[in-house]
Design a protein around this ligand. Structure first.
Ligand SMILES: [Zn+2]
Length: 469
C-alpha cells in the first residue's frame, strides 16, 4: 500500500512538472503532420529560384527579390508586411579566367572571391608558390612569396556537422590580405567546398589594410588537384590570371518582414530568420531559398492551426548575409531596445538536407521544455544536440544581445558540395526533406509561441561559435 501510494505521488509530481501540456503536445503532433503534407515551401523555393534567381547584394536580382518577397508574404496572408531599407556594399564579379602557362599549359576553372579586386586588363602572370594554410604562409620567408602567386592547397574536410568549413573559410577571408602583405601579386585557393565537380566556390573575403589589393580566385577541387600535380613535378609552374571584379559603391536593399500576430501575447516575438540574398553563381536554392521557404511556410502553417499561437511569429528575410551581414546588423540596431520582447529565435540557413538534431542556447532552467519540444521532433530524425546553439549568422547579433536561440541541425555534408557554387540550383532540392524541415520549424515556432513562460535570457555577448555563412 505504501509503495503504491509512493508511485501515485511520483506520477502526480511528474505530471505537474511536465513542461508541455498534453493538449499542446497533441496540437504540435497535428501541426507536424499537416506540414508534412504541405508544399508552400516548395512552391516558394521554385518561384524564387525561377522568377528571381541570383540575387547578390545590391544587384538587380536583389531588388527583384525584395519585391517578390513583399508580394509573396502579402498573398500568403501575413500581417505588417514591410521592407525595411538596408544599405549594402555593391561588388560586381565581372569575368575571371586563369591558365597554367608552364610547364604544361592548360586552362583552369576559377571564380573570384567576393570582394576581390580585379587585375590590370593584361592580367598577372607569375610563378606559383604552394602553401597549405595561413599558418604555413606565415612561416614562409618573404622572398619566397614576393612577386609570386600564392596558392593555398588546404582541402575542406567533408563532415556531417560542417566543421571543415570553419577552417577552410579562414583562408578565404584572410588569405589574400596576408599574401599581399608579403608581396604576392595574386592569390589562388582550393575552393572552400567539397564538390568534386569543376564548380569553383565563391564567398566573402576581406581586403588587406595597408597592403596593395590583389586579385583572389578560387579553383575548383579538380583544378586545384591539377595544379598540385604539375607542382609535384618539381618544375617551376606559372599561371596567368585576369579578373574584372570591382566595387560599385553602395546600393539599397531591405530586410523583408511579415508577421502572424499573436492571440494574446502579441508584443512577444518568436523570430524566424533566413536570408534573401544569394551568391550569383547558382540560383541560391539551398543557400538560402530553402531557408526563405522553410521559415515562411512554417509560420504560415503554425498560424493556421485551430489553436492560434499566443505570441507573434515574425519572419525576417535578411538583406546581404553573404557579403557583410548588413541586414542582420541593421535589424539588431533597430531592435536593441526591444530585445526583451524577442522570446527566442530560429534561423534556417543550411539547406534542406536530412535533419539530425536540435540544439538550444537558453536559460538552463528551460532545458526541460527544450527536451520536451525535441521529443516531438524525434519522428523527423531530430535528436537532442546540446546547448551549443549559435543562432546562425543573421541571428548571432541578437543572441549577443541576450535573445535565446534554437538551432535545427541537418546534414552539412551534401550542403557543402553545392554551397556558393554554380550547382546550387532548384533540382537539388528534395521536396520530402524540405517538408520535414518545415514541419520541424513549425512545431518549434508554434510551441515557442504558445507555452507558458519563455526561454529566459542569455548573458549579453555570450561567446558562441561563429556561425556558418
Ligand atoms: Zn546562407
Amino acid at each position: 500500500m505504501q509503495k503504491l501510494l509512493l508511485i501515485a505521488v511520483l506520477a502526480a509530481a511528474t505530471t505537474s512538472a511536465e513542461p508541455l501540456a498534453p493538449a499542446a503536445q497533441a496540437e504540435a503532433r497535428a501541426l507536424r503532420e499537416k506540414a508534412l503534407a504541405d508544399d508552400t515551401a516548395l512552391d516558394l523555393v521554385r518561384s524564387l529560384t525561377t522568377e528571381v534567381g541570383p540575387r547578390s547584394a545590391g544587384s538587380p536580382g536583389d531588388a527583384r527579390a525584395v519585391a517578390w518577397t513583399v508580394a509573396k508574404l502579402k498573398s500568403l496572408g501575413f500581417a505588417n508586411v514591410r521592407a525595411e531599407p538596408v544599405t549594402v556594399p555593391r561588388w560586381v564579379r565581372g569575368e575571371a579566367r586563369a591558365e597554367i602557362t608552364a610547364p604544361w599549359p592548360q586552362p583552369l576553372a576559377v571564380t573570384s572571391l567576393g570582394g576581390s579586386l580585379g587585375t590590370p586588363p593584361e592580367g598577372v602572370e607569375a610563378e606559383v608558390v604552394p602553401v597549405t594554410t595561413l599558418a604555413d604562409l606565415a612561416r614562409q620567408p618573404p622572398e619566397r612569396i614576393a612577386g609570386r602567386i600564392v596558392f593555398f592547397t588546404g582541402r575542406m574536410e567533408r563532415t556531417r556537422d560542417g566543421a571543415g568549413y570553419g577552417r577552410a573559410v579562414a583562408t578565404r577571408g584572410q588569405g589574400a590580405a596576408e599574401a599581399a602583405k608579403l608581396g604576392a601579386v595574386a592569390m589562388l585557393m582550393r575552393s572552400a567546398g567539397t564538390s568534386a565537380r569543376r564548380t569553383p566556390h565563391t564567398g566573402a573575403m576581406s581586403v588587406a589594410d595597408g597592403a596593395p589589393p590583389i586579385a583572389a580566385l578560387a579553383l575548383s577541387n579538380p583544378d586545384a588537384d591539377l595544379l598540385e600535380r604539375q607542382l609535384a613535378s618539381g618544375l617551376p609552374v606559372r599561371v596567368r590570371l585576369a579578373s574584372t571584379a570591382r566595387y560599385d559603391g553602395e546600393a539599397q536593399s531591405a530586410n523583408v518582414i511579415g508577421e502572424i500576430p499573436g492571440r494574446d501575447l502579441r508584443d512577444e516575438i518568436v523570430l524566424l530568420g533566413a536570408h534573401l540574398d544569394s551568391w550569383d553563381l547558382g540560383t541560391g536554392a539551398h543557400d538560402d531559398a530553402t531557408g526563405v521557404g522553410i521559415v515562411t511556410a512554417a509560420a504560415r502553417i503554425a498560424g493556421s492551426m485551430r489553436e492560434r499561437p499566443r505570441r507573434t511569429l515574425r519572419v525576417v528575410l535578411f538583406a546581404n548575409e553573404e557579403f557583410g551581414l548588413s541586414g542582420a546588423k541593421a535589424y539588431a540596431a533597430a531592435n536593441a531596445a526591444a530585445i526583451e520582447r524577442h522570446v527566442v529565435g530560429l534561423e534556417a540557413d543550411a539547406g534542406a538536407f536530412q535533419l539530425n538534431g536540435l540544439a538550444a542556447r537558453v536559460d538552463p532552467d528551460r532545458l526541460p521544455l527544450v527536451r520536451a519540444i525535441q521529443a516531438l521532433l524525434e519522428p523527423l530524425g531530430i535528436g537532442y544536440a546540446g546547448t551549443e546553439a549559435s543562432g546562425g549568422a543573421d541571428l548571432g547579433q541578437l543572441r549577443e544581445l541576450g535573445m535565446p536561440v534554437i538551432d535545427i541541425d541537418s546534414d552539412a555534408a551534401p550542403y557543402f558540395d553545392l554551397h556558393h557554387t554554380a550547382d546550387d540550383t532548384f533540382d537539388k532540392v528534395d521536396p520530402e526533406l524540405l517538408r520535414q524541415h518545415v514541419a520541424a520549424y513549425a512545431v518549434v515556432a508554434w510551441l515557442a509561441a504558445t507555452v507558458e513562460g519563455g526561454f529566459g535570457r542569455l548573458p549579453v555577448a555570450v561567446a558562441a561559435p561563429a556561425a556558418i555563412r
